[in-house]
Design a protein around this ligand. Structure first.
Ligand code: TRP
Length: 323
């Protein structure tokens, strides 16, 4: 089975947009591969500035993915920082990458354009990401379009390494573009933590309902026909309900006795049906950090031999003592 690998930055507690846009599609795809899924805490360190958030976000992310269906006996779930071998490869790769290529990095350039002075972690981010992938001989990396440039760099540097030090030493990864659905937030803009328009994933049912009721809709009176197409409520509903149920909502909205309040109630019920059972699992997992540590450490134990084998191969190839 081919290997696929994805990293998740623990920068926020996952919200509904992360679930519908990233987690659910990734778990569907994971069936087809031997999957590596890791919490990219070293990458998060480019922005996270306090230990408590790093810890909390790491547990939130781990518990969320597990509650959403990661079977830790089948999918390798681990913390990036539990396998520090990644740094040895990062250095070797850095020595093969021209600074000019990193200067063209999108996040680094964006930072500069905004007048920030990006830290060296931001500059080197793509090198660490290439090491994440190449360390485990991943053949496939599911990515959104925003990560394509990073993937290109990982492919480039793998090819360069093989060209310089010997054929087939590193697996050249393929990007698999996952066109994740765009998930609108409360105000209709893309749902994101920083915009403050997100719907929490595992808030209690009452809070979930209250949040759904805040979604911005048209202001036509109940009796007036409303157009489902292009509305946030309907867009979200479509991501959860069957096609038949979505059509029912669309047609009901055109009738005088069904309005946005009813549509929101239907959306809430669809959300609760999908999330309710997972919330219980999440709450149980999240309440047991020792258990989460144990699961993540077990994942790291399983992948570490693969990392070590790659490092041995690389050290040997560049003329160091293979350990
Ligand atoms: N850069 C990715 C993001 O921001 C996270 C990430 C880190 C990653 N290392 C990776 C993704 C390796 C895929 C493969 O979403």
């Amino acid at each position: 089975m081919q290997r696929s690998l994805t990293g998740i930055k623990p920068t926020n507690a996952p919200h509904l947009g992360n679930y519908l846009g990233a987690i659910r599609p990734a778990l569907r795809l994971a069936q087809e591969y031997e999957s590596f899924l890791f919490i990219a805490d070293y990458h998060a360190l480019t922005t996270v500035r306090d230990a408590a958030s790093m810890r909390t976000n790491t547990y939130d992310v781990a518990a969320t993915w597990l509650a959403c269906g990661v079977d830790p006996t089948r999918i390798h779930l681990y913390r990036q920082s539990d396998v520090p071998e990644v740094f040895e490869l990062t250095w070797v790769l850095a020595c093969l990458i021209a600074t000019g290529q990193l200067e063209r990095g999108v996040s680094y350039k964006d930072g500069l354009a905004k007048g920030e002075s990006p830290n060296a972690g931001v500059f080197n981010y793509p090198v660490l990401m290439a090491a994440d992938i190449l360390l485990y001989d991943a053949a496939v990396v599911p990515v959104g379009r925003d990560q394509l440039q990073h993937l290109e760099l990982a492919r480039d540097v793998a090819q360069r390494f093989n060209h310089v030090f010997g054929d087939d030493l590193l697996v050249v990864p393929e990007a698999r573009i996952t066109d994740a659905p765009l998930v609108p937030g409360l105000d209709g803009q893309k749902m994101s933590k920083s915009k403050g328009n997100s719907i929490p994933l595992f808030a209690p049912a009452k809070t979930l309902r209250k949040t759904v009721m805040k979604i911005v809709t048209g202001s036509e009176p109940l009796e007036a026909p409303a157009e489902a197409e292009g509305s946030t409520v309907f867009d979200l509903y479509q991501l959860l309900a069957s096609e038949a149920d979505a059509r029912v909502m669309q047609e009901s909205l055109r009738t005088p006795e069904y309005g946005w309040g009813h549509a929101k109630q239907a959306l809430y019920e669809a959300l609760e049906a999908e999330l309710g059972p997972r919330r219980e699992t999440y709450d149980a997992l999240r309440a047991d950090e020792a258990k989460l540590d144990e699961l993540l450490e077990a994942g790291a134990e399983r992948v570490r031999p693969i990392a070590r084998a790659t490092i041995r191969r690389v050290r040997e190839a560049v003329g160091m003592r293979a350990r």
